[in-house]
Design a protein around this ligand. Structure first.
Ligand SMILES: O=CN(O)CCNC(=O)c1cccc(Cl)c1Cl
Ligand code: NI
Length: 183
């Protein structure tokens, strides 16, 4: 079972390097890891389990946060329109995105960052992603708003990018022209 001790923090090399594609079809070990990642996120949102194991809540997790430089991520959340997402993904790739941007009005957080980093994180409003899901099926996802933001946060981890890398250094709360909050 993954707990907070398994999550690497700022300064750990996998958080700032580009992760390697996962060999397809996935081997047993990678399948177990991705399944454990999804379970961790679900556990982190469960009042009893998260309290018992002192888990910080999250809506996604990327393998580099476990010190594994592999292009694997998992998400578990419901967006503000009631669409729920709960799956693991191998080798996700953003194949197109909108010019229009969005952001979460309260900013973003990260289990690999043990501090608050205030500021607006501009993201693409819409993205289209191709990936292989936990069951080994090729999927194409068209995401908008909050769901698009979460997936971009995770895919950034696979490219060694942290959410705060997107925050405007001169004016952290500057909203990008024309961008609307997704929450
Ligand atoms: O990489 C994943 N994490 O670090 C898990 C903890 N962060 C979150 O759940 C989180 C919080 C706010 C906004 C976004 Cl977009 C995300 Cl993803
Ligand atoms: Ni993160």
């Amino acid at each position: 079972m993954i707990t907070m001790k398994d999550i690497v923090r700022e300064g750990y090399p996998t958080l700032t390097e580009s992760a390697a594609p996962v060999e397809m079809p996935p081997n047993k070990e990678d399948q177990e890891t991705l399944t454990d990642m999804l379970t961790f996120i679900q556990n982190s949102q469960d009042p009893e389990i998260s309290e018992k194991y002192e888990l910080r809540p999250g809506v996604g997790l990327a393998a580099p946060q476990l010190g594994l430089s592999k292009r694997m991520m998992a998400v578990h959340f419901e967006d503000l329109n009631g669409n729920s997402y709960s799956d693991g993904y191998y080798n996700p790739k953003i194949i197109s995105h909108s010019v229009e941007q969005t952001y979460i009005s309260t900013g973003e957080g990260c289990l690999s960052v043990d501090r608050e980093v205030p500021g607006i994180v501009p993201r693409h409003m819409r993205i289209t992603i191709k990936a292989i899901n936990l069951n080994g099926e090729p999927v194409k996802l068209r995401l908008k708003g909050y769901a698009a933001v979460v997936f971009q946060h995770e895919i950034d981890h696979l490219n060694g990018i942290m959410f705060y890398d997107h925050i405007n250094k001169n004016d952290p709360f500057k909203t990008p022209d024309g961008a609307k909050p997704c929450d």
